[in-house]
Design a protein around this ligand. Structure first.
Ligand SMILES: [Zn+2]
Length: 343
C-alpha cells in the first residue's frame, strides 16, 4: 500500500519536487481530453498518417512529423516529435506488425502532450524532446504479421519467403551497412542522431496467469545482455519500477517478461549503447479489454515522459524492481496467435 500511495502522490504531482516548477496534472485528465475519433485500436498505415497529420495541425506545429526511412514496400517509417528539451526520449511501437496496441497509445500520447497548451504542457515540453517511431513495421501491419516484408529473407531470425524479425536486428555491434532490415537500420540511425536517455519499445504477448491467480495484462523487462554496463541496467530497472506503478494505477496487472540476452533485441541493444531501456508487452486480451490495454500503454508513455522531465525517475530505488513478480504460466485453454512470440 505504501508504494501505491507514493505512486498516487507522484501521479497527482503532489510529491515534493525540487527546483522544477511543475504544475499539477494527471494522466487521467490527459486521457479524457483525447478525442475518441483520433485513431482506431488497430490502425492501418493510412490511419496513422491521418491521425498524425491532424495532431501536427491541431498542435500548431508543436508535434513535428518526419520520416526516418522506407520499408521494403516503400512505406514511410514515421517519426513524430514533441518537446524541445535537453533530455531526449525514444519510444518505438509495433515492430511486430501483429502487435498493434502500442500504436494508438502513442498517437494519443502525442495528442495529449502536444495539443493542449497549459502551463504543465509548456513545462514538460521545455524539459524533454520525445521522439516516437509510430508503427515501425507498416508492411507487417498491413499483413497482420510479425515479420517485415522481405521474400528474400534468409538466415537467423528470418521466416524464409516472408521477412525478418525486426526486433532481432538492432545489434549495435553489427556494421549498419551489413544490416538487411531497413526498419532496424532507421531506428539505429535515429538513435545515433539523438542519443536518447530513454528508449521504450512497445510489444504484445499472449495471455498468462500471475502467481496470485489473476491474469497478467502487461509484462516489462530491462536490458539483460551481459554487454550492458551497470549504470544502464540500473536506469532500466528504475524505468521498470515507474512504469509498473503507472500502469498499475491505470488498471494493469504487471509482471516481469522472461526475455533473453541477445544483443539484437532493441531492449538489449539500446541498453548496450547506454540508454535506459525498457520493453513493454501488452497481453492480447479479449476485445472488451482493448481500451484498458491502450490506456495502460498510454499511462506508461506519459509517466516515463513526466519522470524524465522532473528527474524523479532517477531517484527511484532500483531494488524495487525485484518486487515485480515473475510472469506465470500461459492461461489454460487459450490459443493466442502471439503465444509463441518472444518480444
Ligand atoms: Zn513483439
Amino acid at each position: 500500500m505504501a508504494a501505491l500511495a507514493t505512486a498516487t502522490l507522484l501521479t497527482l504531482g503532489l510529491a515534493a519536487t525540487p527546483a522544477a516548477a511543475q504544475p499539477a496534472t494527471t494522466p487521467d485528465t490527459l486521457t479524457t481530453a483525447v478525442p475518441a475519433s483520433l485513431v482506431p485500436p488497430r490502425p492501418s498505415p493510412d490511419d496513422v498518417r491521418r491521425a498524425l497529420t491532424r495532431i501536427a495541425r491541431d498542435s500548431d506545429g508543436r508535434v513535428r512529423l518526419g520520416v526516418i526511412g522506407r520499408s521494403n514496400e516503400n512505406r514511410p517509417l514515421r517519426l513524430a516529435t514533441v518537446g524541445h528539451g535537453h533530455t531526449r526520449l525514444l519510444y518505438v511501437t509495433q515492430q511486430h506488425g501483429d502487435e498493434p496496441l502500442g500504436t494508438p497509445a502513442a498517437i494519443r500520447a502525442l495528442w495529449a502532450l502536444g495539443v493542449p497548451d497549459t502551463a504543465w504542457h509548456r513545462w514538460l515540453r521545455s524539459r524533454i524532446t520525445l521522439d516516437i517511431v509510430v508503427q515501425a513495421n507498416p508492411d507487417g501491419a498491413v499483413r497482420n504479421q510479425r515479420y517485415n516484408h522481405d521474400p528474400s529473407a534468409t538466415g537467423d531470425y528470418s521466416e524464409p519467403g516472408v521477412g525478418y524479425d525486426i526486433n532481432r536486428f538492432h545489434n549495435p555491434l553489427t556494421p549498419i551497412a551489413d544490416n538487411p532490415v531497413p526498419e532496424s537500420r532507421a531506428v539505429l540511425r535515429l538513435w545515433q542522431r539523438t542519443h536518447p536517455r530513454i528508449v521504450v519499445d512497445y510489444h504484445m504477448q499472449g495471455r498468462y496467469l500471475q502467481p496470485d491467480g489473476e491474469e497478467t495484462t502487461a509484462s516489462l523487462l530491462w536490458p539483460t545482455s551481459p554487454l550492458v554496463e551497470a549504470g544502464a541496467v540500473t536506469a532500466g530497472r528504475q524505468l521498470a519500477v515507474r512504469n509498473t506503478e503507472a500502469m498499475t494505477l491505470a488498471g494493469a496487472n504487471v509482471t516481469l517478461y522472461p526475455g533473453g540476452d541477445y544483443e539484437g533485441i532493441a531492449r538489449n541493444a539500446y541498453g548496450i549503447l547506454g540508454s535506459a531501456s525498457l520493453l513493454v508487452e501488452l497481453s492480447d486480451l479479449p476485445e472488451d479489454q482493448v481500451e484498458l490495454q491502450i490506456r495502460s500503454a498510454f499511462a506508461s508513455m506519459i509517466a516515463t515522459a513526466q519522470g524524465a522531465a522532473d528527474r524523479s525517475l532517477w531517484r527511484i530505488d532500483p531494488a524495487r524492481a525485484d518486487r515485480i513478480p515473475a510472469r506465470g504460466p500461459a492461461l489454460p485453454g487459450i490459443q493466442s496467435t502471439l503465444e509463441l512470440d518472444a518480444a
